[in-house]
Design a protein around this ligand. Structure first.
Ligand SMILES: [Mn+2]
Length: 335
């Protein structure tokens, strides 16, 4: 660990232009981490570029600066830092458009906190992946302290957004005593959690059409014979119609887990080209999310994970397989 920190110190000090990378599944932690590092490294006099292969989802737009994230790597840079991911599987865009060959000519730092990592970033110079931390935001906070990097107010606010995102407002098992200590330090330095929450609420309000669509998703939710697994699937037409306005999964997934007996909630999205994605969330007492996603070639955390089937996905088959594997994992957990 000490050695890695020294490596990071010298890589950053040798670089003048740094590109901060998010994987193809941006969330509050990845965006918060990228924007925090933009502040911290910007204050060190670095020129910063923000990259993500996909558009920032609407629900993240409460974080000021999200619109600085672009889909292009800069023409020149000295160092890249990948936040909140350490797998090539979630860096598909940068591989399909050939930018990865440019990326790997420069040193790369990977900062992450994921339990299971398949297909790790093969060109990374130094990787810190600490699954015991709540979020990459928490990791960056600790690193910055150890490296003596100044964290301005905006940086602290972004890291707090990271922590709140991954811990679901400090309510899940990822929030450790250390996470609370860090939150307290941030508050002492002037960060207002109520202001962050209010901004997020205000900018994540849904249009009336989405409110009504939520009712459709709830009506279409199915439960397996044990009542432990709730599934809803979203066809391509609905992805096209509603996803630009609001991501369907977070719209219903928390409610699905609030149904008596339900331990696992899955939202499936089917695309016309045969692609299928699954977002998995579980109750705290049924931490099978990462393993369930792994079964389909995906990964993630104990209580939140995802997978993607690239082509020829058969929705009915996936559902049958999900039910069987979910049941098996839940039984395995009990014994
Ligand atoms: Mn994270």
């Amino acid at each position: 660990m000490h050695e890695q920190i020294n490596q990071i110190k010298s890589l950053v000090s040798d670089a003048s232009t740094i590109v901060l990378l998010q994987a193809d599944n941006p969330d509050a932690d990845s965006l918060g981490s990228a924007l925090a590092l933009e502040q911290i490294l910007g204050d060190l006099g670095k020129t910063i570029h923000l990259y993500c292969g996909v558009d920032m989802p609407a629900y993240l737009k409460y974080m000021k600066g999200w619109d600085r994230v672009t889909k292009e790597l800069p023409k020149t840079f000295d160092l890249s830092i990948l936040v909140d991911a350490s797998t090539m599987t979630l860096l598909e865009k940068i591989q399909t458009d050939g930018q990865v060959s440019w990326l790997k000519t420069k040193p790369c730092i990977v900062l992450d906190h994921h339990e299971i990592v398949e297909n790790p970033v093969y060109f990374s110079t130094v990787t810190i992946n600490q699954a015991n931390l709540s979020s990459t935001g928490e990791l960056i906070y600790s690193l910055s302290k150890q490296l003596g990097w100044n964290m301005n107010r905006a940086a602290l606010e972004f890291m707090m957004s990271s922590i709140l995102g991954d811990t679901q407002g400090l309510t899940n098992v990822l929030a450790s005593a250390q996470t609370y200590r860090i939150m307290a330090e941030m508050i002492e330095q002037g960060v207002s959690r109520p202001s962050i929450e209010e901004l997020r609420r205000e900018l994540s309000k849904m249009p009336q059409s989405i409110y009504k669509y939520k009712a459709d998703l709830i009506k279409r939710t199915t439960f397996d014979k044990t009542g432990k697994l709730a599934i809803v699937s979203v066809p391509h037409e609905e992805i096209k119609a509603f996803s630009p306005l609001y991501n369907p999964a977070p719209l219903v997934q928390t409610d699905m887990l609030q149904v008596e007996g339900v331990e696992v909630a899955v939202v499936l999205k089917s695309y016309n080209d045969g692609k299928l994605t699954g977002a998995i969330r579980t109750n705290p007492n049924s931490p099978v999310a990462a393993k369930l996603a792994e079964h389909f070639g995906g990964g993630g955390h104990k209580n939140a994970s995802g997978f993607k089937i690239e082509s020829n996905a058969n929705l009915e088959k996936v559902i049958v397989e999900l039910e069987a594997e979910c049941l098996r994992l839940l039984q395995e957990l009990k014994s």
